[in-house]
Design a protein around this ligand. Structure first.
Ligand SMILES: Cc1cc2nc3c(=O)[nH]c(=O)nc-3n(C[C@H](O)[C@H](O)[C@H](O)COP(=O)(O)O)c2cc1C
Length: 379
């Protein structure tokens, strides 16, 4: 398989095949089928919520490139009068710096330094984006998912139900018929906020937020993912957070780390090492579908997250690198990123799956190696 893979790597550097997953299946006998929120995806690679999913042009570029799914930028929940308890998260900040970052263990990676937070335009503008996104999902062109930061109370406060209700009902209306997919964001800036100082408060949010959202949606069925933060506590607390997130359809593990000195979120190898360590150490006990995020910069990293239980992955930083960092010579950043993630002869998803087969870790069924088999606890 080495020669065909080297050939594909070279030729697809000028443009990916229209249906990458079909090509990989045909050429290598690898079934990349993945899952997010119970939706079946052609492959596991999606885009995490952020500055790269703010407008219809970005969505169109990603559809064209062949991404499996895109999570829209996080909007801050509001009530019918436009009141937002989490309004401090709707900061306008355009400047992003993509920078090299060396991890504590000395590995060189990338991070994006940015002081902004949630969606900073009007809620109506967000609903317009949701309508476009819903059309793309309905066509089967690419799954899209709105993301929300809802009110999070202190222990002695109630949830602001009016914000939950208004935001969720407006999203359901903009989305149209069928299940409404939502990712609820618990962000790194929240992890760094005094609001997240107390463990019991965080665990209450995780236990009660899913019910609040479903209740707010009324008769609209919601497929709900919670995107968990890296709290400023130990690994065991990450496990407690995962266990507390009952009644959800997926758990996204875990958003970026918080640097209290610089007051910024960061990624790179510190992030993937922490995330994978936490995921691996709770694997046998996990009960909910998992989605990985954090420093996914190669097919190998996708496989590491898969083998720690993740049925799909959400990337952000790897879609923002300087063009010279991608081996492809043409295409959008998303296309160039996908080219490296799928076909890199040493670090790509195809190369990695074939290596797992050679090592006796992955086994063909009906002649095919299946990505989702890797997520099973027995693997
Ligand atoms: C500039 C920037 C903005 C982001 N904004 C959001 C956001 O609004 N909501 C959210 O859930 N995650 C947000 N994220 C987190 C990403 O979706 C992703 O989960 C995280 O960066 C880890 O993946 P990565 O290492 O591939 O970047 C943001 C990340 C970056 C770099």
């Amino acid at each position: 398989m080495h020669a065909p893979l080297a050939r594909d790597f070279d030729r697809f550097g000028l443009g990916l095949p229209r249906d990458v997953a079909a090509h990989v299946r045909e050429a290598y006998g690898i079934d990349l089928t993945a899952r997010y929120l119970g939706y079946t995806l052609p492959h596991p690679i999606g885009k995490g919520s952020g500055q790269l999913s703010l407008n219809p042009d970005q969505l169109e570029t990603d559809r064209e490139a062949g991404l499996a799914f895109v999570v829209l930028k996080t909007v801050i929940a509001e009530d019918a009068a436009g009141e937002r308890t989490m309004g401090a998260w709707a900061i306008h900040e355009t400047k992003m710096r993509v920078e090299p970052r060396r991890s504590a263990a000395g590995r060189d990676g990338w991070t994006v330094t940015w002081k902004g937070r949630g969606w900073d335009r009007s809620f109506d503008d967000y609903l317009a984006l949701v309508r476009t996104a819903s059309d793309l999902s309905r066509d089967g062109a690419m799954l899209t998912v709105p993301s929300v930061k809802y009110h999070l109370p202190t222990l002695d406060e109630p949830f602001r139900e009016a914000e939950y209700r208004h935001t969720t009902l407006c999203l359901a209306d903009a989305w149209g018929a069928g299940d409404l997919p939502i990712e609820k964001d618990f962000s790194p800036t929240l992890a760094g906020d005094p609001l997240a100082d107390e463990r019991t408060r965080i665990l209450r949010w995780l236990r009660e937020v899913p019910g609040q959202i479903r209740e707010a949606a009324g008769s609209t069925p919601v497929r709900l993912a919670l995107k968990l933060m890296n709290a400023r506590f130990d690994d065991e607390f990450q496990h407690e957070m995962m266990a507390a997130a009952e009644g959800v359809d997926a758990v996204v593990c875990f958003n970026r780390l918080w640097d209290p000195a610089g007051r910024v979120a960061y990624g790179g190898w510190d992030l993937s090492e922490r995330n994978l360590r936490v995921l691996r150490s709770q694997r046998a006990g996990r009960t909910r579908p998992l989605v990985g995020t954090g420093n996914i910069c190669s097919g190998r990293l996708i496989l590491d997250y898969a083998r720690a239980g993740c049925e799909s992955v959400e990337l952000h930083t790897f879609f923002q690198l300087p063009l010279a960092e991608y081996p492809a010579a043409a295409g959008s950043r998303t296309q160039r990123a996908l080219h490296a993630l799928f076909f890199h002869p040493e670090d790509g998803l195809v190369a990695g799956m074939l290596e797992l087969e050679r090592a006796g870790v992955a086994h063909r069924k009906g002649g095919e190696l299946r990505f989702l088999d890797l997520c099973e606890p027995s693997q």
